[in-house]
Design a protein around this ligand. Sequence first.
Ligand code: GCB
Length: 618
Amino acid sequence: MTNFLRWLTFALCLPFLFGQGAAQVAPLLANINARQTMSLDGQWQAIVDPYDVGALDYRAQPLKNNNAFYKNYKPQSESELVEYDFDSSGQLHVPGDWNTQREQLLFYEGSVWYKRSFDYTKSPKNRLFLHFGACNYLAAVYLNGEELGEHEGGFTPFDFEITDRVRAHGNFLVLRINNTRARDQVPTVNTDWWNYGGITRPVTLAEVPETFVQDYSVQLEKGSTRQITGWVQLNGARLQQNLTIRIPEAGLSKTFLTNSRGRAEFSFRADLTLWSPENPKLYRVEIASETDQVIENIGFRSIEVRSTDILLNGKSVFLRGISLHEEAPTRPGRGWSDDDARTLLSWAKELGCNFVRLAHYPHDESMLRMADQMGLMVWAEVPVYWTIQWENPQTLHNAENQLNETIARDHNRAALIIYSVANETPVSDSRNRFLRQLIQDAHAADATRLVSAALQAHEVADGNRTTIHINDPIASDLDVLGNNEYIGWYTGRPEDTDSTDWISEYGKPLIMSEFGGDALFGYHGDAHIRWTEEYQENLYEHQIAMLKRIPFLRGMTPWILKDFRSPRRTLPRFENYFNRKGLVSDRGEKKEAFFVLQKLYRELQGGQPPKQLKSSSY
Ligand code: GCB
């Protein structure tokens, strides 16, 4: 079956699976781990279903009988034909990608059914939500043989309310996850990272009072370091309530009344120690309504752009960054845990970073929380990558949805300073319209943060020198310019950077969001031999010399912290299905170029800016 057909069969099933009676994805519960929770992580039963026989009959019509896998039906007698059985079909760990749990699933793209049972006794007055950190890519969810709904998008969280569906004993939860790539999806069929399928992030039950604090924003007002502005949204029957926001350490306690829609908006002065990479101060913030209370550690900082400067807490800052994928640091597969986040971000710290680019999709919530604690500013990104279907309204809707889900999850993280709406997308009218809509959405959903995109500038050769002109029309809509370039790897030689100059007509700060080259750890030789650590080291040295000459450069996130799996990388000796542009190998070994970048970042950290860059930048 072609990918398209597989996708079609999934889509065909939806009206049946999610027709009348299906619950909708609920608005996201902010700060899920601060609620009364029960984890559903662990071993789940799993059926690999490449032909979707669990959903469709042999005429490709939706299954309505007991052979539909979500029914988890058991034969009632020895003569009854039932052609599936979760309990004897093996297990997969949740959270986790299936690709690295079973050797034969490494390249698998298709459907896998997951099932687990649980008991849950809920307090009669409370409500219960089922929360998924992320499932890649399509998820269809069923509880006790009934459909709950579906979710599209592999990297963002979603919730279902199951208050009226949960039983005290013998619940069974079934998911059909399908990671087949399709042209109209976000991302589309073509990416340079592994298409890890599965329930890749934690699954949690969260119990809340009948009327509960759904979401809130407690942040410094744009441009201010002393004024907290925000809102709280209640959900339930008693929408009008007294609401108190307390920050005990700052001696603050403010009470408001929510309106008839359960919303309160507020603004008050606060004398706070500001969050920064040098001092990642987090305050305990208590949000209490008459019926519910949520506690969260929140940092306060301002982030702005003035001319070509980026200002953190009113002071010019240079973003000493590194790009990273969310792959586990020391084992194969997708990362997701606090430990994974800590290890990856510790390497960034060791490099001397104050900034990370979480490429190319929203990373797990633990990554953002760890960045908050460790003092690393964050560029977050949605998988609008390369050439997607710019003219397809469904694709736009999907991208907007993924962007909004990212913002909904992370909008209280001090670390998060930039939303990036796209990576290396080719200029056209339809693409410009698409991206302008996303930029507008990001600003509308969160006015306090900056919006960027990783663009691709084009070179103009002029005698002995080359000038690269940043002239993407979308740049006029962005707060910060991002640019990817591969001089010395995909184009020319590393030495070509010596005669390359950069210009921009936008008067905005630039982050060089990618540059780099591949090196196989432990492979040594002359600096002109591809794949050697010396080639990569030399490339970094020349790149850095060029970057120092760009007057409007305010940050960089070289590509990339760690080698990562990619199906595009087939060369046996050096790649073996890994992109080797990491400064650290897939086993955690540091390559020579790591130390080149570390030297630069230490120099910048030590307040000794290289001559060519303005000293105010540090
Ligand atoms: C890029 C992409 C990134 C790739 C990288 C490469 O421009 O943004 O996703 O992995 O180049 O290594 O080619």
